[in-house]
Ligand binder design. Structure first.
Ligand code: CA
Length: 220
């Protein structure tokens, strides 16, 4: 799952990036309002964390610009503890949730999991498909109850397919969800990751749809 983190405080941004990457996200970081506005409109993020106080363009304006352009990605805004008006204005401008600074990274991660669930019309925290169980809270996967060790890319690929169980997902879309922006991307590697996931989870876990991409196997 690809996530945009917009935060101009470099120390905080670094801490949050580490926590988000450990939780399995591919993270792009921006510390500048105009840069973030552009990224949010052009890159296919599944979630966005947006600080409101930013150089060149404030977060509220960035958010309004995204919503006016039809960007529907769930956005969580970071506000100052005392500024209740920021929360109201932010939510009314199209934010889906907020967190007041300072906060524990765990709370941010929990709120992002809830936003991702809601965006995919799910209420249960754990994703299951037949014998496969994926728990975003621990970024962990089990097969028949036994832990399966996955790399970050394998985990993100499986997570994306499990969040979209009835869709055929193209290799391009999968590539975009697997890597952060500054990564050297190669859509041929998707085949390699799919082969590895099939070895670990069973050949039926992922179906190939000729010429179109991949989909999650039948969940029974
Ligand atoms: Ca700031």
């Amino acid at each position: 799952m690809r996530l945009l983190l917009v935060e101009d405080d470099e120390t905080l941004a670094g801490r949050l990036r580490d926590a988000l990457e450990r939780a399995g996200y591919a993270v792009d970081v921006s510390g500048d309002g105009e840069d973030a506005a552009f990224l949010g409109e052009t890159e296919p993020y599944q979630l966005i964390v947006l600080d409101l106080g930013l150089p060149t363009l404030d977060g509220l304006s960035v958010l309004k610009q995204w919503r006016a352009a039809g960007v529907e990605t769930p956005v969580l805004i970071l506000t100052a503890r005392s500024a209740w008006t920021d929360k109201v204005e932010g939510m009314d401008a199209g934010a889906d949730d907020y967190l007041a600074k300072p906060f524990q990274p765990e709370e941010l991660l929990a709120r992002l999991r809830a936003l991702a669930r809601r965006a995919h019309g799910r209420a249960a925290p754990v994703l299951t498909c037949g014998r496969i169980r994926l728990d975003p809270r621990a970024a962990s996967v089990t097969l028949d109850g036994a832990a399966v060790q996955l790399t970050g890319q394998e985990y993100r690929l499986l997570h994306h397919l499990m969040l979209n169980p009835d869709h055929t997902v193209s290799r391009t879309e999968l590539t975009e969800q697997l890597y952060a922006q500054d990564f050297d991307r190669d859509s041929n590697t998707i085949e390699v990751f799919v082969a590895r996931l099939r070895r670990k989870l069973g050949a039926q876990a992922i179906e190939t749809v000729r010429g179109l991409g991949y989909r999650l196997g039948t969940c029974e």
